[in-house]
Design a protein around this ligand. Structure first.
Ligand code: NAP
Length: 245
């Protein structure tokens, strides 16, 4: 038995991988041997530098612009990846938005956008990769949730709802795909040092460890989950001791 996750000859898609947690996950998957597709919405230059960092380490990488909240864009993205890198074996649903809103200033448009980007995208991307995973009887899907799925959260109830929905999606797919050799798990970080948390350093006071988490620490948990064939339908918390749910 090897304890290191080996992804040689595997193809991975990470949504929202131009920066932050997604970029760290893309680099970690490449370190494990995977060819990686780096999805982004608008920051193509940043996505290209993640791809170049992967290529410099000797792995294959491509960038792909797509708004993952739209079905037509997700289908076109999946077709391009299949043509350039091969069928997707590993999907990490990471793309997300973190609008900060209180009860009284949360609009219908904010709510719809958050659910579409944080939750519906995971449904669309998962539907797109399942047929090829089923055909090969192997697949790994990891959904990047948040401590806000179960705790109070720092952004707003729209964000709580989107991430709680993502964990429901995780269990629903896990139950239905386990016999096909496909595992579906969630990794739930709390307060990680990225653009999403810029200006929110005051929140460090909530973390018993006394600092924000690093994107690499989330990536490490994603690799751990992908390496375990017997684990499915679970959520792994990465939160510096904030809670133990
Ligand atoms: P970030 O630095 O703001 O990066 C967000 C990423 O998502 C970017 O790559 C962005 O692409 C992409 N994106 C946004 N909307 C998209 C869309 N419609 N289609 C495709 N890509 C889209 O965020 P982060 O902090 O790394 O967060 C990554 C994930 O972790 C999110 O799901 C977030 O909810 C979750 N999370 C974060 C924290 C935290 O403390 N940071 C805690 C818990 C959970 P562009 O660069 O092109 O805009």
């Amino acid at each position: 038995m090897t304890l290191n996750t080996n992804l040689q000859n595997r193809v991975a898609l990470v949504t929202g991988a131009s920066r932050g947690i997604g970029a760290a996950i893309a680099l970690a998957l490449a370190e494990a041997g995977a060819a990686v597709a780096i999805n982004y919405r608008e920051r193509g230059t940043q996505a290209e530098s993640v791809a170049n960092a992967i290529r410099q380490r000797g792995s294959r990488a491509m960038t792909v612009a797509a708004d993952v909240s739209r079905g037509d864009a997700v289908k076109a993205m999946a077709d391009r990846i299949a043509a350039e890198l091969g069928a997707i074996d590993v999907l990490v649903n990471n793309a997300g938005v973190g609008l900060v809103r209180g009860i009284d200033d949360l609009t219908e448009a904010d709510f719809d956008l958050t659910i579409a980007v944080n939750l519906k995208s995971a449904f669309l991307c998962t539907q797109a990769v399942i047929p090829a995973m089923r055909a090969r009887k192997w697949g790994r899907i990891v959904n990047i949730s948040s401590g806000a799925a179960r705790g109070p959260g720092a952004l707003g109830l729209h964000y709580n709802a989107s991430k709680a929905g993502m964990e429901g999606l995780t269990r629903g797919y896990a139950a239905r795909l386990v016999k096909d050799g496909i595992t579906v798990n969630a990794v739930a970080p709390t307060l990680i040092e990225t653009d999403m948390m810029r200006g929110r350093e005051d929140l460090v006071a909530r973390i018993p460890l006394g600092r924000l988490g690093h994107p690499d620490e989330v990536a490490q948990a994603v690799l751990m989950v992908i390496g375990n064939a017997y684990m499915t339908g679970q959520t792994v918390q990465i939160n510096g001791g904030t809670n133990f749910i």
